[in-house]
Structure formats: structure tokens, C-alpha cells
Design a protein around this ligand. Sequence first.
Ligand SMILES: NC(=O)c1ccc[n+]([C@@H]2O[C@H](COP(=O)([O-])OP(=O)(O)OC[C@H]3O[C@@H](n4cnc5c(N)ncnc54)[C@H](OP(=O)(O)O)[C@@H]3O)[C@@H](O)[C@H]2O)c1
Ligand SMILES: [Zn+2]
Ligand SMILES: [Zn+2]
Length: 325
Amino acid sequence: MPETVEYSIFRGSESGAIITETVKHTIQPNEALVEISHAGLCGADKLSKTKNIPLGHHGAGIVREIGCAVQHVNIGDRVGFNGLQNPCGDCDYCIGGKEQYCTQRDHFEKVGSFATHAVWQASMLIKLPEGLESKYAAPLMCGGAIMWEVLTTNDVRPGDRIGIHGIGGLGHVAILMSSALGCDVVVFSNSQSKRHDAMAIGAKEFHVTNDNVPETPVAPVQHLFWCRDGPPDISNGTIYVLAVGLETVSVPMHFVVKNGIRIQGCSSASRKTIRKMLRFVRLHEIKPWIMTWPMTADGIQDAFKALSESKMRYRGVLVGECGLA
Ligand SMILES: NC(=O)c1ccc[n+]([C@@H]2O[C@H](COP(=O)([O-])OP(=O)(O)OC[C@H]3O[C@@H](n4cnc5c(N)ncnc54)[C@H](OP(=O)(O)O)[C@@H]3O)[C@@H](O)[C@H]2O)c1
Ligand SMILES: [Zn+2]
Ligand SMILES: [Zn+2]
């Protein structure tokens, strides 16, 4: 007899208030109920806050129930998850390790991680390795996953001069990972106050920008990771656009052609990438810098406030009851 479970979720609203809602769900054969211990607050969540959808799209927790066909995880397992669910498993993207681009996949608006629990397609859950605390694993399921994906699937090599623009949740993980990979890391930030932190975690140069433009000329980079909102700088190299901005950007095609510029969009990551990323961060003892709040409507609102006031250093994490133990 399939079990029906009841739990609380937090969703956005037009006014921006955080709404608490009770959800009932009958667990299907291939699903698992996860009690959420930690969920990361990402720049992308700012877009969800004023929509009537469940909030949060990545996190970590403990499996509490499984459907009758689930073999991949067991009750009691510590798992992580990003927003990706129901890729078809059969298209070129899915079998080529790029399931995040499967046209059949569900978008993350359906299930949120700002909640006491969530029901996920069990095969999309990733067991967390011993020795990596869930409070660090949770934020890595989004920012860590996408940064590992762009750094390792785009011909970025040790010694390459790479630029990282915008030092928030994504940007600081980009510095940690790329310096561990042996890259020459050049940071661009509108916040002079982040200089010390950036240099402490592996940057070799730090350039203050005014409205995203460096105050003094900077030698070209081979790869530029655009980790902030606003139109990207396309003056040299390959530009990896990570920000989920809604603006339309005009691109001077003659300049792009003449200078061999590449513009590469990048979103999310496959389970294969996430597993490798988790092994790498354990090996190199990489930990995101986090600030924590309780997983309550007030806690979520306070975390959003810190994010919008640029006070986050560098990733907010909401902590559920089982994360306090
Ligand atoms: N492609 C993907 O899979 C993926 C995954 C996660 C997030 N994202 C997107 O990537 C972007 C960055 O995410 P995040 O989680 O790192 O966000 P975040 O923590 O808010 O950091 C963004 C950074 O942008 C700069 N910034 C802050 N306010 C700004 C403003 N009003 N205008 C322009 N820049 C501002 C700040 O950097 P400085 O102080 O250094 O200037 C800030 O630290 C967002 O657009 C997010 O939606 C994409
Ligand atoms: Zn995210
Ligand atoms: Zn597919």
C-alpha cells in the first residue's frame, strides 16, 4: 500500500512574503521522501521569491521513506540533490552525460528544497560521501556542480589565465576550484571589500570594477566565468555565461568573429559531474564559505535580505531540524 506523507514547504508569493504550506503526497514506486537538513540559497532564487512556486532548488537531507521499486537509496542514507528531475534517460543528452539539457526533464519549479521534506525521483538523489558535512555538500549541489561542469568540460587547463566576474555563491566556489586545478585566477568584483577573501582562497589578481567595468586595464584572460547579473564582458576569450538574467543582450558580431570570441551558456550538471565534483572537493578539502539561518519563514526572509543587501559571505544555507542534530 503506497504511503501518503504530509510535510511543510515554503513558497514565494507576488508580494515577496514567504508562505508556509502543508503538502500531502502519496509516494510512488520510484520516489523517495527526504527530510531536508540543509538547503542553499542561490542567486537564482531571487527570481522565484515573487512567484507562487516552491522555493529552493538544491540541498541535502536524509532518506526517510522509499517507494517499492527504489533500489538506489535506502532509508537513513544521507543524500544531496539539485533541481533536475525526470530526464528521459535515453536521448543524446542523457546518455552523453549532459542530462541537464534533456528536453523531457522537469524544471525545478515543481518541488522545492526550502521545506521540511521533499519527495524526489529516487534515482536523481546522490549519496553523500563520508567526511563531507551536509552543510557544505548542500550548497555545492548547485554552485559547486555548475562550476565543476564548466571548469572540466570546456578545455580549461592548469596554467590557463581565467577570469571570474562577481564573487558570490558561484564566484567564490569558482575561485576555490579553479585555483585547486592549477589555474591562474583573476577576479573581477564591484566590491573592494572582497579583495582579502578572494586572495585568501586562491586568486592571484583582484580587479575592482565599476558597474562591471575594471577601473584600470587588465591583461586578457583565456576563459571568463560570468557569475553575476548584467550583460557579460565579451572583449576576449571564451565567455561562460552562468547568470540567469532576463535581459536581452546585443552582441557586436563583427567583433566576435574578428577576435574569435566564444560565448557559452551553462546550466546545472549531471549526476556524473556531481559525483566527480564531490570526490574532488573531498580530496582537496574544499569548503564553501557559508552563513546559516533556520529553515523557517523568518529564517528564509532574513537570508534573502542578507543576499539582496550584498551581506552574504558567500552562500546562505537554511538549516532544517535534522540538520541541527
Ligand atoms: N547556470 C547555472 O546553473 C546557475 C547556477 C546557480 C546560479 N546561477 C546564476 O548565476 C548568477 C550568480 O549566482 P550566485 O548564486 O553566485 O549569486 P550571488 O551569490 O547573489 O552573487 C552574485 C554576485 O553578483 C554581484 N552582484 C550583487 N548584486 C548585484 C547587482 N544588483 N547587479 C550586479 N551584480 C550584483 C556580486 O558580486 P561582486 O560583489 O563581486 O561584484 C554578487 O556577489 C545568478 O544570476 C544566478 O541566477 C546560475
Ligand atoms: Zn542555484
Ligand atoms: Zn533525455
